[in-house]
Write a protein that binds this ligand. Structure first.
Ligand SMILES: [Zn+2]
Ligand SMILES: [Zn+2]
Length: 148
């Protein structure tokens, strides 16, 4: 179990290469680079990741392919705010939510209210088993609000 944000970590950090192998993915330079870029800056889209990787970056299509593989393997979480390209992050498996600033587009993590998925109960179709709930809060971030 890996924890985030000041939690107690009971196991040694796993290297990204080991993580890829653990999830049945071949270790490639492209996958390692994308994982590392996402570790430094979460909630970014494919184009931003490619820019962060500099001139050594794979093509945008390659970055999309890598992100699709990582998402399918459960190493990366994908979410799609309205009117925005899909964003990616490495914080997976905790069903946290997001707050998006309408002005600058910055994305903030919002902790799960209950602490475990699906963390929201609502009217669901009869017999429907809810596994996760995705919630996006829209508003204005503190920095933008300070600018008036
Ligand atoms: Zn803002
Ligand atoms: Zn997040």
């Amino acid at each position: 179990m890996r924890t985030y944000g000041g939690g107690v970590t009971t196991t040694a950090p796993i290297s990204d290469a080991a993580l890829l192998r653990e999830h049945g993915l071949r270790v490639t330079a492209g996958r390692l680079a994308v994982l590392s870029a996402l570790g430094r800056s979460p909630h970014v889209d494919a184009e931003t990741i490619r820019q962060r990787l500099g001139h050594a970056a794979p093509s945008l299509q390659a970055v999309h392919n890598i992100l699709a593989d990582l998402t399918e393997a459960g190493l990366v979480r994908r979410f799609e705010p309205a009117r925005s390209p899909a964003r990616y992050e490495r914080r997976v498996g905790d069903n946290h939510h997001h707050a998006v600033c309408r002005r600058c587009g910055e994305v903030f993590d919002v902790e799960c209210v209950v602490g475990e998925a699906p963390c929201m109960s609502g009217p669901t179709p009869s017999g429907f088993a809810v596994e996760t709930a995705e919630l996006i809060f829209w508003g204005v971030c503190a920095a933008c609000a300070a600018q008036g």
